[in-house]
Design a protein around this ligand. Structure first.
Ligand code: AMP
Length: 278
């Protein structure tokens, strides 16, 4: 596997692949890789001639400096995992390489970046949009793979691809979960053993709420969820039902609208998100 640490060598690698008419798939990540990431890489490798992963903890998408500082970084192990996942190359630039000056642009995604993650993490999606556009320009993928785990991010990237006419296919892949239902996340590494057990409650709450949709008022289901989580000290930030198409918030379940439940909560000081299609 090729390790590409700067933009010039990444462009050279991509040019060589394109000269050989190879199709390129890209899996953007922030590293501290787990099976969720690796499932994206395997799919990417199966569907493209060349699978490229990127590992970059993007400073401009962190609204909380503590979260950025504590974000797990395990590059050596990540490289080993990618090598055994049939990844052809990894692009792992430094912050200085990606941003030799602070970007002056910002990107607005209309209503989509004002709600849910956008409401609680101001500036987050502008940072995501900028880094993803840079990765697409540098690595020129024919297909890019994102996880449903970050469903709002997937819709943001879909809008970016549409509005800026990036010539690529976007794939939204299923969430990979631990045996107890907890969605795999790099941030899970920061949980104590006790918190790790409690964190499974996010998926339980999503599943229970889904099971009761349409049978009890949504407002009641939300307050039951808040209470259940607070008994083990988990602070719910939001639990919402929204349309899959554009994440417009639904006040009550409607079987005619394809929807999903989304949750964000603090387990100790670690903020976790998850979602479940309804
Ligand atoms: P991250 O490193 O957290 O930025 O994630 C990189 C990509 O992996 C994103 O597209 C995520 O949605 C995806 N991803 C993260 N966790 C999971 C998971 N548990 N299952 C599937 N995909 C995931």
């Amino acid at each position: 596997m090729q390790i590409l640490r700067d933009i010039a060598s990444a462009r050279e690698f991509i040019r060589a692949q394109k000269r050989g008419s190879k199709s390129i798939g890209l899996v953007p990540t922030m590293g501290a890789l787990h099976q969720g990431h690796l499932s994206l890489v395997s799919r990417c490798a199966a569907e493209n001639d060349v699978a490229v992963a990127s590992i970059f903890v993007n400073p401009i998408q962190f609204n909380n400096p503590g979260d950025l500082a504590k974000y797990p970084r395990t590059l050596e192990r990540d490289v080993e995992l990618l090598t055994s996942a049939e990844c052809s190359a990894v692009f792992c630039p430094s912050s200085e390489e990606m941003y030799n000056t602070q970007p002056l642009i910002s990107i607005s995604f209309g209503a989509l970046d004002k709600i849910l993650e956008g409401e609680f993490r101001p500036g987050h999606f502008s940072g995501v949009g900028i880094v993803v556009a840079k990765l697409f320009n540098i690595l020129q993928p024919d297909a890019a793979y994102f996880g449903q785990k970050d469903y709002q991010q997937f819709l943001i990237v879909q809008q970016l691809v549409h509005d800026l006419s990036f010539p690529l296919n976007l794939v939204c892949a299923d969430i990979v979960r631990e045996p107890d239902g907890l969605a795999m996340s790099s941030r899970n590494q920061r949980l104590s053993p006790e918190q790790r057990k409690q964190a499974a409650m996010l998926f339980q709450v999503l599943s229970e709420t889904k099971a009761h949709l349409g049978k009890r008022p949504l407002s009641q289901l939300k307050s039951e969820a808040t209470q259940k989580l607070s008994t083990v000290g988990i602070r719910l930030e939001y639990l919402e039902l929204a349309a899959r198409e554009n994440l417009s918030i639904l006040l009550e379940y409607n079987s005619d609208i394809a929807s999903l439940l989304l949750i964000a909560a603090f387990v100790g000081e670690v903020r976790l998100i998850d979602n479940l299609f309804v």
